[in-house]
Design a protein around this ligand. Sequence first.
Ligand SMILES: [Mg+2]
Length: 347
Amino acid sequence: MELRATTRTLELAEAFGIARGSRTNQTVVQVELEHEGVVGRGEASAVYYRGESVDAVVDFLTTTAPPLVGDDPFALEAIEERLEDIEGVTGGRSALDGALHDWIGKRLGVPLWRLLGLSPVAPHTSFTIGIDTVEGTRERVRRARAFRALKVKVGGAEDLERLEAVREEAPDAAIRVDANEGWTLDGARELMPELIGLNVEFVEQPFPAADIESFDALKEVHPRVPVIVDEGCQNLADVAPAAAYADGINVKLAKSGGVREAVRMIHAARALGLHVMLGCMVESQLGISQAAQLAQLADHVDLDGHLLLSHQPFTGLGLRDGRLVLADAPGLGVEPTTTTMEGTDGR
Ligand SMILES: [Mg+2]
């Protein structure tokens, strides 16, 4: 089995602001796994807010992982076990996991969603409205008319004014709010009646992941909108603790390290009565299609990372009436729009 990894900087169509800052591009890691004449591809972003770096992910994929992967891409459980104790590279494990699943699907001639027993039509995805001025927010919402659900990034000075503007511009849309750890307990308490008045569906990660006390205190506020944990819930071990202080979890492959752990998290969340959200980082169609294979299992789909890009290095993932539509092609169902991966020496 041969593994190749490279970085690719994805340019955003416009600046994207969240509570932690604003960005105009996102560097991801892409993997090619070649075995017996079949090439599987995967992609992931480093989980930067957990201290993961693109360099560490590339080093993992090119140096640490190859001798541990073995020579049987079907042996997913064993491969996962051999790699699971390597710290700080869940994005790398997810990219590799995507390539393994893509390889298996291509080898068998079956789309991954079919291999998993799932449907190619996903629930409606939300479209993300980054932090902006009130007028800029209005403009972004007007351009997002095709989407039935909007995820509004908050954590700035004008959160309430912006949310009121979103509701005015999109009276029928589901509005979800993501504070990316940027709120305080007092601020959240104050905003809660307004969020209910604006019919906000839920709030994602209002407080820092470690500030469980604030989550516990918010739980005592009635009425309130449901609280979803993102940054505070990385993998299966985090699901039961999250059930003690929140109402749902946001599952992302870059955090879980791949499809199998994500499925385990989803079932654990169901058993604990939690809402299940399926999210993403800023990724191309390659990374998004990995997560989208599982979309049928989620209550709330938030897989729009590729829709924020200025151009698409991969193609094959559809969008119809605000829903992602998975290709009928084998594996992940996406292919590069260029013939070689940037940074590789050409094949
Ligand atoms: Mg989030």
